[in-house]
Design a protein around this ligand. Structure first.
Ligand SMILES: Nc1ncnc2c1ncn2[C@@H]1O[C@H](COP(=O)(O)OP(=O)(O)OP(=O)(O)O)[C@@H](O)[C@H]1O
Length: 251
């Protein structure tokens, strides 16, 4: 195994906001090419963990490795191998889909034919190639999210992080985005970390990491962990929190 085949590794990571402990000795690994769901109720610490994974915050303790690169010791190499879709949308709504991706490509030092080739491939991957010339303001929420995922792929990351990417989407758009992310693992070998508070976004063969009050409560294959009672009951038993009800078709 080469260093770049290491996927994602989080080891003994803690973080405090003043007296409030948001993460307490969090450790888990995601093997290359695996889809891992990071499931936790509101306030579990998911966004704090994402801030540490993307180096918005630096952790005073523990170690994070992205595709074999330690994020504290080799931040540029680690960030170059990482694609991120943040919880709050970050598209420029006055630009077209292609312009948004082109701008991002330029930030990564990509331009000209190489950039256009990568952009075309990313748009095709998310099934939005035919809409590349449309202003993102005119897209629905699902297509905006797909645009953000395509943008996160332009620099060919090994690890893709998505922080509650389906928030605010209707059921059909949620299913489509979840399916696209799984295909990126199965067909392209990406390592995906998918933060959610919705149990129905987790599939039986996903790796499941349950985070609650800053601590890992469960870690394993979702189907094996949940047993016959189903993931919703399992989650309730592990956390004491009723999982959020997903939005219906009219949401
Ligand atoms: N700036 C802050 N100052 C103090 N406490 C904070 C701050 N940001 C988050 N927290 C607390 O840290 C804990 C973890 O928050 P975090 O936002 O990481 O959780 P989360 O799982 O992402 O929840 P959500 O889904 O609501 O975003 C919570 O108890 C939260 O209240």
């Amino acid at each position: 195994m080469t260093r770049n085949d290491e996927g994602l590794s989080v080891h003994a990571v803690s973080y405090r906001y003043g007296a409030k402990t948001a993460l307490d000795e969090v450790s888990f690994d995601v093997a290359p090419g695996r889809f891992a769901a990071l499931l936790g109720p509101n306030g579990a610490g998911k966004s704090t963990l994402f801030a540490l994974l993307t180096r918005l915050f630096t952790t005073p303790t523990g170690r994070i490795r992205i595709a074999g690169h330690d994020i504290a010791r080799a931040p540029r190499a680690a960030l170059a191998r990482m694609g991120v879709v943040f919880q709050s949308p970050t598209l420029d709504l006055d630009l077209t889909i292609r312009q948004n991706l082109r701008y991002f490509a330029a930030l990564h030092g990509l331009s000209g034919r190489d950039a256009e080739r990568r952009i075309d491939a990313a748009l095709a991957r998310l099934d939005i190639a035919e809409r590349a010339g449309e202003r993102t303001r005119d897209l629905n929420g699902g297509h905006r999210r797909r645009t953000e995922i395509a943008r996160a792929l332009v620099h060919a990351p090994a690890v893709l992080l998505l922080d509650e990417p389906t928030v605010g989407l209707d059921a059909a758009a949620r299913a489509s985005i979840t399916d696209h992310a799984h295909r990126l693992c199965a067909e392209d070998g990406l390592t995906v970390l998918w933060a959610t508070h919705l149990t129905d976004e987790v599939r039986d063969d996903d790796r499941l990491v349950i985070l609650h009050r800053g601590q890992i409560r469960a870690d394993g294959e979702a189907g094996a962990l949940r047993g016959p009672s189903g993931l919703t009951d399992y989650f309730l038993a592990e956390t004491g929190v009723d999982p959020a009800v997903p939005p219906g078709p009219a949401a």
